[in-house]
Design a protein around this ligand. Structure first.
Ligand code: PAF
Length: 289
């Protein structure tokens, strides 16, 4: 695995990969490090096709609000490198903040409507930071495919809109959420949780599973499903709900029913840690959607 810190060198190496062989494609897995099985599942998905694989580790200051966890965000660089090396990543891009945002940088990429919903509503400016850094990474690497986890469903919706609106010549591949055996969705932030908090955090996946079961049993109206979700979320002590929503997976707008598919998404504070989770309900009656 080649480690690269400069934008110019990364551009040069990615270009060389793209020119190497006719059918060879380049995949990108952007990350902020503190890697876990969720990230590794993205790399394994990328390696299933004849892609060469580039990953990035960059804790992007633009997507953290003033009172968020930028300074304490877990940084586990040595372990991350070893994991990526084991998974057969070809190039690892780890620029500094100065390399990515030299003095005088002033251009933002904003997806204002979708970017203001779900996490965007509680973390103003977050998705503007994500869209800006991902745009830069796309321009630097020029991948054929970029891999993201379904766990960050709002991020996926924003990046898909951005790719569509700005005509990026690449495919976004979304991979399923990876969970621990007890149902907790993997997240770099899980390592902040105490053992007690970790137990409490299970209410997120539990509440989503309840909704999933109710849909499977025939409940398609959003309002009773929403009541069920809230009811379950309220059973846990020491949890502060940020949002619980049933929305269109692309526009993130609230839905009246889940017949044409839906994203059921929750975010909650467990102690001082903010966790998110979601499930996708697949369309019931594709013919009417
Ligand atoms: O999902 C993440 O880890 C980040 O938001 C991303 C996509 C790497 C951009 O910084």
């Amino acid at each position: 695995m080649r480690l690269v810190t400069s934008i110019d060198e990364m551009r040069r190496l990615c270009k060389a990969i793209r020119c190497e062989a006719e059918h060879q494609t380049l995949a990108l897995i952007p990350t902020m490090g503190a890697l876990h099985e969720g990230h590794l599942s993205l790399i394994r998905a990328a390696r299933k096709s004849p892609d060469r694989v580039a990953a990035s580790i960059f804790v992007n200051p633009l997507q953290f609000g003033p009172n968020e966890d930028l300074s304490k965000y877990p940084r586990t660089f040595e372990e991350d490198c070893a994991m990526l090396e084991r998974e057969g990543v070809d190039l690892l891009f780890t620029p500094t903040v100065e390399e990515m945002y030299p003095a005088g940088t002033q251009t933002w990429v904003d997806v204002p409507e979708i970017g203001g919903r779900l996490d965007g509503a509680s973390r103003p400016g977050h998705f503007r930071g994500v869209a800006t850094v991902v745009t830069k990474l796309f321009h630097i690497v020029q991948p054929d495919r970029a891999f993201f986890g379904q766990k960050d469903a709002a991020q996926v919706a924003i990046l898909q809109a951005m790719v569509r609106d700005l005509n990026f010549d690449l495919e976004i591949v979304v991979c399923p959420t990876i969970r621990d055996e007890d149902g907790l969705a993997l997240s770099s932030r899980n390592r902040y949780l105490t053992a007690e908090e970790r137990k409490r955090a299970l209410v997120l996946s539990r509440s989503l599973r309840k909704v999933e079961r109710a849909v499977a049993e025939g409940q398609h109206a959003a309002s009773p499903l929403y009541d069920l979700l809230l009811q379950e979320l309220q059973t846990a002590d020491g949890i502060r709900l940020d949002y619980a929503e049933i929305v269109d997976p692309q526009t993130l707008e609230p839905l009246n029913d889940v017949i044409c598919g839906a994203l059921v998404a929750v975010a909650a504070w467990v102690g001082t840690t903010r966790l998110i989770d979601n499930i996708l309900i697949t369309p019931r009656k594709a013919s009417v959607c």
